[in-house]
Design a protein around this ligand. Structure first.
Ligand code: CA
Length: 242
């Protein structure tokens, strides 16, 4: 169905696995930019925030595999950010701090951090610690995402609606996963391209329309009502009714 064709510069075979995603929450521009550039250069998919609340929002939307978290942050400190992340996720967290005080280390681990790195640190050491953390991290335990009577099993990658179950291709799964993690939020075409295809597919292609149609066929069997709605000129939204 899809083939790799590099001769005209258009890659139509999606990468098998999306890149490891790292979120940096650090208020000091110099360090944040240094980390951002360094980790991107190493091939990580990186986002950053300069304060706690922005970091928490990004953690929800970007769904990183690892968070690098500064302790001394304006407004909400890193310990509090760490506790809040821990309330909802088991994502690996590495705390970064200029302080060497033992009580900070203990507080950080108490708040649920997985590791701790004292600034200034060598980039090589950071990378080694990141690899170690990611190796230890449980690869996302399977769960059931639900929206109304629609279920998505992240382990078997099967969908279920009411009485019927259905299989999904890789891209169908990733698209449905995106909708179910953002219920009632309008997802723009750009966001969908970035999250599901992960590179410039050729933005004027109708690939999203095609995949939305596949998902509708699978989720609307037996006369079930529509859950994935078109928002004309913008994108799509998963919600109960128009
Ligand atoms: Ca700081």
């Amino acid at each position: 169905m899809m083939t790799m064709n590099e001769t005209d510069g258009v890659k139509t075979t999606p990468p098998a696995k999306l890149n490891t995603k790292i979120l940096i929450i650090e208020d000091e521009d110099r360090i944040r930019n240094f980390l951002l550039r360094g980790l991107m250069y190493e091939g990580y998919d990186v986002e950053s925030a300069s304060n706690g609340p922005d970091g928490l929002r990004l953690a929800e939307n970007f769904r990183p595999d690892l968070v690098l978290l500064d302790i001394m942050l304006p407004g909400m400190d890193g310990f509090e950010v760490c506790r809040r992340l821990r309330d909802t996720t088991n994502i690996p967290i590495m705390m970064l701090t200029a302080k060497e005080a033992i009580e900070d280390r203990v507080s950080g681990l108490d708040a649920g951090a997985d590791d701790y790195l004292v600034k200034p640190f060598a980039f090589d050491e950071l990378q080694a610690r990141i690899r170690a953390i990611l190796r230890r991290a449980p690869s996302n335990p399977p769960m059931i995402l639900r929206f109304g009577n629609l279920e998505l099993d992240t382990g078997t990658r099967q969908g279920r609606r009411g009485e019927f179950t259905f299989d999904l291709t890789i891209k169908e799964y990733e698209l449905l996963d995106l909708f179910m993690n953002n219920p009632r939020n309008v997802l723009t075409r750009d966001v969908i391209y970035d999250r599901v295809w992960g590179y410039d597919f050729g933005r004027d292609s109708n690939i999203i329309e095609v995949y939305v149609r596949y998902l509708r066929q699978k989720t609307e069997q037996d006369g079930m009502n529509r859950l994935i709605h078109t928002v004309r000129g913008v994108g799509y939204v998963m919600r109960e009714e128009e």
